[in-house]
Ligand binder design. Structure first.
Ligand code: ATP
Ligand code: MG
Length: 435
């Protein structure tokens, strides 16, 4: 029997996790500056939460959900996105209560699951890092959120970025727009793709971001959602634009941009890249406002806004840019062991070095000394300690700085003493010096 990973999933070997850890840590640092705190939630939830939260008519719920019945006959689903779970936790843990600082600013990182056709940058298990802000409709939060997303990408030196924004208006204006859109699309029914025909009455806004060429030609002339905004939504959108300008963040407006999840209102946005290595207009971050979602999920009326970054696409983009990921596992010391007699002492030594704060590895598998030195080189160890039966008997060990090839004999008991960190540094300086 040959076991294989499930289609649309990936194994992350250390060469890859090194990059991911670096990327996640860098993003977390920025999130911290914006005073976002981390939330960790279950990977599966009640199916109903996503059906209600993300929307029955969305592709995610209607086609892409990994849902199943557990042994207790509960209808569950692997999360296809992060927001529904955070909203559920917000309500269930009564985060809306007065003891929690407002607005509530959370971020999450982790795997999401969608039954999509796998291709480059599109997986069935993929990873998002997302943020959520609850408790205010202040447009400054919309702008702070977009600024944060841009800040994240710019911190990696990604140049070719565009921030695309739109407003879907509030529920009332969206209903008016929806009707106008249906009226516009109906005469084109026969020309529309099959998907768009199915969506025309159920979720006409989704026709606007159809990837079908013929659909795109038709919707180019569709009425603009911005013409249907009421006074409040219009004012909100104006403020958002003004404050983006205030921060000097360039943006484009795409009135045909909608989002694949049903819960959005007012501001929505995407960050796209045109990196030539990557195909044009690839979305690497998407988000927007969802002011009725908390109530929908059973909480008190609470405004919300957030975004999610697709981490696979971010890492791919960085790889395409030949981004210089620093190696996160620098080896300070490798212990070469000559003869089985040194096995116990090598264990003691490597443990002591680690207690003193060094990253240390030792020989385990009985290689010849020459091959152990090659290993130390290959692992890019800074220092090699050599232990043979003679050293063990004399209570000494040989310390060699690979960069200069210079070596010195140290007392083992010194290494096991509290004085060692200082001795180590002084020895390093000696071994580095020219004489
Ligand atoms: P798309 O239009 O590419 O399907 P989406 O609108 O479904 O994206 P969102 O649900 O808004 O995407 O998710 C935000 C980000 O998560 C996307 O911009 C993308 O970077 C990433 N993403 C979404 N689906 C996948 C997937 N199947 N594989 C890898 N990354 C994904
Ligand atoms: Mg999608």
């Amino acid at each position: 029997m040959n076991y294989q990973k499930i289609r649309g999933t990936a194994d992350f070997l250390p060469e890859t996790t090194n990059k991911w850890q670096y990327v996640e840590a860098k993003i977390e640092k920025i999130l911290n500056k914006y005073y976002f705190k981390e939330i960790r939630l279950p990977i599966f939830e009640q199916f109903e939460l996503f059906a209600r939260g993300v929307g029955e008519t969305s592709d995610i719920v209607s086609k892409e959900m990994y849902d199943f019945y557990d042994k207790g006959e509960r209808h569950l689903a692997l999360r296809p996105e992060g927001t529904a779970g955070v909203v559920r936790a917000y309500v269930e843990n009564k985060i809306y209560g007065p003891e929690h600082h407002k607005p509530v600013k959370y971020y999450y990182t982790g795997p999401m699951f969608r039954f999509e056709r796998p291709q480059s940058g599109r997986m069935r298990q993929f990873h998002q890092m997302g943020v959520e802000v609850y408790g205010t409709t202040n447009p400054a939060v919309d702008v702070e959120t977009m600024a944060l997303a841009m800040d994240i990408f710019q911190s990696f030196g990604i140049q070719d970025l565009s921030l695309v924004i739109n407003s879907l208006g509030n529920t009332k204006s969206r209903i008016a727009y929806r009707e106008a859109l249906i009226e516009f699309l109906e005469p084109h029914y026969e020309e529309l793709s099959e998907d768009s025909q199915a969506r025309l009455h159920k979720n006409p806004l989704r026709v606007l971001d159809s990837k079908d060429e013929q659909d795109q030609k038709i919707v180019r002339h569709a009425p603009s959602v911005l013409d249907y905004l009421d006074e409040d939504s219009k004012a909100h959108f104006e403020e958002v634009k003004l404050m983006l300008e205030l921060l000097g963040i360039p943006y484009e407006i795409d009135t045909n941009m909608v989002r694949g999840l049903d819960y959005y209102n007012d501001t929505i946005f995407e960050i796209m890249t045109n990196d030539p290595n990557f195909g044009s207009n690839t979305t690497i971050c998407a988000g927007g406002r969802y002011d009725s979602l908390v109530e929908e999920v059973g909480g008190p009326a609470t405004a919300g806004i957030g975004f999610a970054i697709g981490l696979e696409r971010l890492v791919m983009l960085l790889e395409a840019m030949n981004y210089d990921f620093p190696e996160r596992h620098e080896l300070d010391a490798f212990i070469v062991m000559i003869g089985k007699e040194a096995n116990q002492e090598a264990l003691k030594l490597v443990t002591a070095l680690r207690k003193h704060g060094l990253t240390a590895e030792r020989e385990f598998i009985g290689r010849k000394p020459k091959s152990q030195f090659r290993t130390a080189d290959k692992l890019n160890a800074k220092v090699v300690f050599t232990l043979g039966s003679l050293e063990v008997e004399n209570r000494t060990v040989n310390m060699k700085l690979l960069a200069t090839g210079k070596e010195i004999s140290l007392n083992l008991e010194e290494i096991y003493s509290d004085e060692f960190p200082q001795i180590y540094n002084e020895t390093l300086i000696k071994l580095k010096s020219e004489d």
